[in-house]
Write a protein that binds this ligand. Sequence first.
Ligand SMILES: *Cc1c(COP(=O)(O)O)cnc(C)c1O
Length: 483
Amino acid sequence: MPISPLAPEWLSFPADVNALRPAEWAAGVSRSQDDDAVSIQGLSVKDIAAEFGTPLYVMDADDFRSRARAFKQAFDAAFAEICGGVDVYYAGKAFLSFDVARWVKEEGLRLDTCSGGELALALRAGLEPANIGLHGNNKSVAEITRAIEAGLGRIVVDSLDELERVSTIAKRLGQQANVMLRLTPGVHAHTHEFIATAHEDQKFGLSMVEGDPLLDGAGEVEGKSPASVAVSRALKDPSINLLGIHSHIGSQIFDTDGFALAAERMVTFLGAISQHHGVVLKELDLGGGFGIAYTEQDEPRSPEELANAMAEIVKVSCERAGITPPRISIEPGRSIVGPTTFTLYEVGVRKTVIVDSELGDSPRHYVSVDGGMSDNARPVLYDADYSAVLANRSSQADAIISRVVGKHCESGDIVVKDAYLPADITAGDLLAVPATGAYCWALASNYNYLGRPAVVAVSEGEARLMIRRETEDDLFDRDLGAK
Ligand SMILES: *Cc1c(COP(=O)(O)O)cnc(C)c1O
């Protein structure tokens, strides 16, 4: 079979269609020597599927812990002499369960939450409130109240309105709120590139650009940026304990230049605060967004590379700004949990269509699986690419260009847009899609009344149900008309 004209440019024809590219898979995943089935820590996906059913998220729990540890160790080492180490906040929105919260704690990381629900989980899981952060551009009064009452380590304030809201609530409670200010350093990164702009046309954060028209209109602070107004107000407010500033420039980023530019702008701003107010803020959070490998196009940086690049720029920028380096924190989500998990599906129907291409008519094989956009919304939401392999066996059949689709009533219900899969893949086979640990379970839905899949955690060679599959009763439980 030749290279298909339907294959995107980045997709190479596989030398071995059964190969597992290590960057896309959890550390414990390999093909079994016995029967070539994909296995995790020695457990065959055939046995896992038989026990827990499909579709199924299979997480290498030991890999989660070692990736969490790797970030903590690499950043602590790189920043040891600059600021004595780094606080690593795992971004819970990527994937959060009670077990994950406990692993995060045990590995010495902290936890970022961005809603009342995530915060409730963190508190119930027994995390120290001092090690929890709360994000969000529109936190409710109830969420802010709970955060202050619990004594959260940091509330990341997103706007001038919210600063006022936090201040009012803290006053009412007679407590001080620990606050970071989320700023938009004018660096926007997406996947393989970043752009630096003056104004950020997006909902998050306080602009660092001077002369915001709303502020000018108020007459009060002409020529100042929302960010600097927020700093002035926060420093004057006895109910606000201003810890520092925060930036998060995007997600699935590979180029360290974007982080470097953001860090430089943030440090420069800290220098300006120091000159203007005579106060050196103690903390600087540089956010998350480190990219992972979904397909062969992605070449992620190791935690060491990221840490060393960021440490260098923080050090140089602080020297230039003439300030003592602040305590640094980061917020990796995807880069810790993404590669730890694969989704296991059972193959159902197939079909072949003939597609008109520049090089003439060309076949595309559709492979339908028993899940889809309800367990992985990222292809639909972000046009995200994934890869897939035949998992219950290997195959010597031709590799043909294929599209893995779900079972939803939606033609956009695509799991893997383009992958070479063996031509003999058939009903009853298992298909595994790697790197589904982040933003898949978290974004899962009940579209078409599908129950959300279970999550199995594999540790020390044993598979354990971490989150059970949703049942029919779960699906109808809240419908008061159900009998
Ligand atoms: C989503 C988010 C993160 C984590 O992003 P990843 O791409 O998962 O690393 C970190 N910080 C903030 C503020 C976020 O919104």
